[in-house]
Design a protein. Structure first.
Ligand code: HEM
Ligand SMILES: [Cu+2]
Lengths: 291, 581, 146
């Protein structure tokens, strides 16, 4: 995909003159910030994992964690998280291809994966707590064992949780924007095929005597047009279906509600975050459970 | 979208703010946020300074009753915390970083103005628990600004180990978040928003230094966030990450077992040493700019300056162990850290010599800002040289925890960074407020500070070699220290000179804000972009187009040019001479 | 001009992305490899139980770490698209990670010192305070190789 580098970017690389406005990395601001944030977050996890490793090396008899953790359960959790990372990648790809419905579907898969993972983790935790492990006690030996288990998986779990919330937010926004886009592409039309937009001058078919009125709001999905009814004393607005309206004068066509770029950008950023959560788990899985 | 650098995407941040609240309180404007940071941290400096005066009074006259044994330890701990985390860091990174980065790189604002505003207000929020801890039972933390366990991990270990320590942890945690917000913004802004022609090798050294300091903050703070989380759990959840087995507290065996107290120290100093460079790098950058300006000469060895700052940035992550030579750390590590520490002296020396070479045969104009810059070099050298003593593990074993260390880091970090702040304030005050500062008062401030600082911290070397250890409330119990009573009195009198100098500075600020003569757009005849804006700069910084950059930041006394300086925004045709950079 | 944030150089608003089956297939491959490596990791850990293979500790740990790094690399390169970003960005993101390794390496000797001198933790672990609901049977017989 090297050809993806546009001519503008290539220009900055060859000429020594910085032209401003183009990122030295070919990334948008938001994405660069996400990367920088993830780097910083990697150091938080690095600190915690180091602490865990040192706590473990500081004692001679670390409990045999393989016999304590159900390896099957943890492997399943790992599988689920990897799968949700894969669905996330598909969502990002779909966002780039402006395949909005697929974005939504795969975001939902990803969220479901995250929630299942959290469910497994809750199960694992409650199981341990039931066995007598807490932050300060450990039925299998040194207390640092269960303490570091809870801290590391807990910190990761909190990232999964915030990731699920973040994904949910993005899903909502993507959905909203898709609907706004669809409404813009397929506006309500009257019998003559003229657009019914906010601000259009219309005649109400049910009240042929009444003078023209103006469209206040349009709800494309429910086929509802709110228009002022001029004749009434209170100047009330009323709701009509599109079929009850005849456009006299179209309003100027509204601008495209969102530009494609913002939406794909938002999905890409949450994608980076989600993959990072998966990435951390890869390390937690090996360092905490396997080694 | 590529043109978005000029036309900001965050549209609403770019409308002119209307109400008083959106203009001065919850402002999105980087200049307002910078000034807010500066004012808040100067206020904190007053508190930290007052604590210092109390400490010094106690040390000179142990029977004066200013502080008691407990409150003495609380006072030094809070003094240290406030000065490092709540004065130097926010003033330099938050204050000057915010104000200068966009102006100097030709951006209309930070990349994320909203996050920028959040960053300031989380800083304010972090101050609240810190100050509140003065009023809780047991008082504020008293285990030193480093908050080593077990003193900080066991609730009953010291008077301040209770609620005071909790509040301290809370406050630091919020501060770290605020700093993360800041770093994200500064880095993205510097990388993405430079105006046309502003290549990396044309950046003023101030921007370079803020960039590197932000990277250090970005990478070092999260590690201590993790460390602090574990400390918090040791305190509230009974875990034993840091508390070893077999401790007795009040005659009772402590429940915790199996923790490793060295772990905390490692995690803390992994942040702690980069932190000292976070506060000294921006002054280094600012001083480079003012020195070149007031000597009317290009900075000597611009690229060497940048490279040495980068080297300092990298090395600062590899030397943390020099704070731990006497902790029982593995001897092999001592050797490794000593070698690294001595290596970091090389880039520091490169910078110092470059500054002196910049002054060499310059047409020096001794404005107050310039005086502080020269003072900075002097203090940095006087303090930094003893760092080489302390970097040697063999010497540090004798000197550790004595006043020698206090003298060292106060000169190299405390005093030098303060001088950096003062240099910056005197230099950029006209740009901030449109008025010049009073030079006469500035001089009084300078001489009081310089003499005061040397009088305070230089004799501490003697005290330290004489064996006076730090963190003692009264030396009367130690006969050999009592012999040095006179020195302690001299130090305290000098310390009061610094404080009085600070008051002169505060008065000067207020006077100049209201009575200072109006400033021209470019009063110092400087070359960098911020001086091409109207004074004070409007929202969005430039009226009309942002000027493109055609040259490096240090074109002073260019042979053949008609003026003795060519600003970065002047085109080669207009300047009349073609220059290399 | 619009392409800078675009990574794939497609002008905005075009819905021509359906031809991107190749992209999706690439993710499937990555996904498959990630799962496969995870299985290999588990197999290494369970080598003794499953295949009667008693791997020495250094081989077990070494291969586990190598596989983990490989997995991390796959995620970063393909899922996080680092393979398709500028080399400078990749370097800037990856080089600092070396610092974390150094952090660990430089603390490790202290952990060993501590282990040697810390009396409380040397002999048989036994439960800490509180009565465990479970007999600490596994702890009493630490497996070899740990
Ligand atoms: C450039 C700015 C520098 C700053 C801001 C700075 C700051 C500090 C601080 C805050 C301490 C803490 C002492 C304590 O609480 O015990 C310290 C100690 C130390 N510094 Fe620096 N330092 C700087 C430069 C250097 C240099 C250039 C060297 C060596 C070549 C050095 C070597 C040391 C050593 C070895 C210690 C440990 C002393 C001890 O704990 O006994 N420092 N420094
Ligand atoms: Cu240090």
């Amino acid at each position: 995909m090297a050809e993806a580098v546009s001519s503008v970017e290539a220009g900055t690389e060859t000429s020594r003159e910085w032209r401003g406005g183009v990122s030295p990395f070919g990334l948008s601001w938001g994405k660069l910030m996400m990367w920088i944030f993830l780097l910083s977050d990697a150091f938080t996890f690095g600190g915690l994992l180091t602490a865990y490793a040192i706590a473990r090396s500081s004692v001679a008899n670390w409990p045999p964690q393989l016999e304590i953790f159900g390896i099957g359960l943890v492997t399943t959790m790992t599988f689920i998280l990897i799968c949700s990372s894969a669905t996330m990648a598909v969502a990002v790809q779909a966002a780039k291809a402006s395949d909005h419905r697929r974005v939504e579907r795969f975001l939902i898969y990803t969220i479901v994966g995250g929630i299942i993972f959290l469910g497994f983790q809750a199960y694992e935790w409650s199981h341990f707590i039931h066995e007598g492990a807490t932050l300060s006690t450990n039925p299998w030996g040194v207390p640092a064992f269960s303490a570091s288990f809870f801290v590391v998986t807990g910190f990761h779990g909190s990232h999964v949780t915030s990731g699920v919330i973040y994904l949910g937010y993005v899903l909502l926004r993507v959905r909203q924007e898709r609907m706004a886009m669809e409404a813009w592409r397929n506006p309500l039309r009257d019998r003559n095929g003229r657009r019914i937009d906010v601000g259009a001058r219309v005649k109400l078919l049910s009240k042929p005597q009444a003078p023209e009125s103006t469209v206040e709001t349009v709800n494309v999905r429910n086929d509802q047009v709110v228009a002022l009814v001029p004749g009434k004393a209170t100047n009330d607005a009323e709701t009509f279906p599109a079929s009850a309206i005849k456009v006299v004068e179209e309003a100027p066509e509204p601008p495209m509600p969102v530009d494609h770029f913002t939406r794909s950008e938002r999905v890409e950023n949450v994608g980076l975050y989600w993959h990072f959560v998966d990435l951390v788990w890869v390390f937690v899985f090996t360092l905490m459970y396997l080694i | 979208m590529a043109t978005a650098t000029a036309a900001h995407p965050d549209a609403h941040a770019h409308e002119d703010p209307q109400s008083f609240v959106s203009k001065y309180i919850f402002s999105y404007d980087h200049k307002v946020i910078g000034v807010q940071y500066l004012i808040t941290s100067l206020f904190m400096m007053l508190i930290g300074g007052a604590l210092a005066m109390a400490i010094r009074t106690q040390l000179a006259w142990p029977n004066s009753g200013v502080l008691k044994a407990d409150s003495y330890l609380a006072a030094i701990s809070m003094h240290g915390t406030i000065m490092i985390f709540f004065v130097l860091t926010p003033a330099l990174i938050g204050g000057f970083g915010n104000f200068l980065i966009p102006l100097k790189i030709g951006a209309r604002d930070m990349a994320f103005p909203f996050i920028n505003m959040l960053s300031y207000w989380t800083y304010v929020v972090s101050i609240i628990p810190l100050l509140a801890s003065f009023f809780v039972p047991g008082g504020p933390l008293s285990g030193g600004w480093t908050a080593y366990p077990p003193l900080s991990a066991l609730r009953g270990a010291a008077p301040g180990s209770g609620l005071g320590q909790d509040l301290w942890l809370l406050s630091i945690a919020i501060f770290l978040i605020s700093s993360l917000f800041g770093s994200l913004n500064y880095l993205t802004t510097i990388l993405q928003m430079r105006v046309r022609g502003m290549t990396f090798w044309r950046l003023p050294l101030t921007v370079w230094s803020l960039f590197i300091a932000s990277v250090l903050a970005l990478l070092s703070f999260p590690v201590v966030t993790g460390g602090a989380l574990l400390l918090l759990l040791d305190r509230i959840a009974g875990t034993s990450f840091y508390v070893p087995a077999g401790l007795f507290l009040g005659g009772q065996l402590v429940d915790h077992k199996g923790g490793n107290p060295l772990l905390y120290q490692h995690l803390f100093w992994f942040m702690g040493h980069p932190e000292v460079y976070i506060v000294i790098l921006p002054p280094m950058g600012m001083v480079s700019d003012t020195l070149a300006n007031f000597a009317r000469k290009p900075i000597f060895g611009y690229k060497a300056m940048v490279v040495s700052m980068l080297a300092i940035g990298v090395l600062s992550f590899l030397v943390w162990g020099h704070h731990m030579y006497v902790t029982g750390m593995h001897p092999m590590l001592g050797t490794a850290f000593a070698a690294m520490t001595l290596a970091i002296a090389i880039p520091s020396a490169v910078k110092t010599f470059n500054w002196m070479a910049t002054l060499w045969r310059g047409k020096i104009y001794f404005s107050t800002s310039m005086l502080f810059s020269i003072g900075f070099i002097s203090l940095f050298t006087a303090g930094g040289l003893t760092g080489i003593f302390l970097g040697n593990a063999a010497l540090d074993i004798a000197l550790h925890n004595t006043y020698f260390v206090i003298g060292h880091f106060h000169l190299v970090m405390g005093a030098a960074a303060l001088f950096g702040i003062f240099t910056g304030v005197y230099y950029w005050f006209p740009k901030m407020f449109g008025r010049m500062m009073h030079e006469g008062m500035g001089r009084v401030h300078f001489w009081l500070s310089l003499i005061g600082l040397y009088g305070t911290f230089f004799p501490m070397y003697i005290l330290g070699i004489g064996g006076m250890h730090r963190r003692i409330f009264s030396f009367e119990a130690f006969g050999y220290i009592t012999r040095m009573h006179d020195i302690n009195i001299v130090i305290t009198i000098s310390a009061f000179m610094i404080f009085i100098g600070g008051l002169v500075f505060a008065y000067n600020l207020i006077w100049s804000l209201t009575h200072g003569p109006n400033s021209a757009d470019n009063p110092w005849r400087a070359t960098t972009l911020e001086w091409s804006t109207p004074t004070p700069p409007p929202h969005g910084n430039w009226v009309g187009e942002v000027p493109a950059v055609h040259r490096g930041a240090y074109e002073y006394s260019v042979p053949g040019a008609k003026d003795d300086y060519i600003p970065q925004w002047v085109t080669p045709q207009k300047a009349g001479v073609v220059t290399e950079h | 001009m619009t392409t800078q944030t675009h990574g794939h150089g497609r002008p905005p608003g075009t819905d021509a992305g359906h031809a991107h089956g190749g992209g999706y297939a690439g993710y499937a491959t990555t996904w498959f490899y990630l799962l496969a490596i995870t299985l290999v990791e588990v197999a290494i850990v369970e080598a003794k139980a499953w295949f009667g293979l008693d791997l020495p500790a250094f081989m077990r740990i070494g291969s586990l770490i190598a596989l983990t790094v490989l997995k991390a690399g796959l995620i970063m390169a393909y899922f996080m698209h680092l393979k398709f970003e500028r080399r400078s960005l990749v370097l800037i993101l990856l080089v600092p990670i070396v610092l974390l390794v150094l952090l660990y390496v430089m603390i490790l000797p202290d952990a060993h010192t501590f282990r040697a001198v810390n009396p409380g933790m040397k002999e048989g672990a036994g439960p800490s305070h509180g009565t465990p609901t479970h007999a600490p049977a596994p702890a009493a017989t630490p497996r070899s190789g740990h």
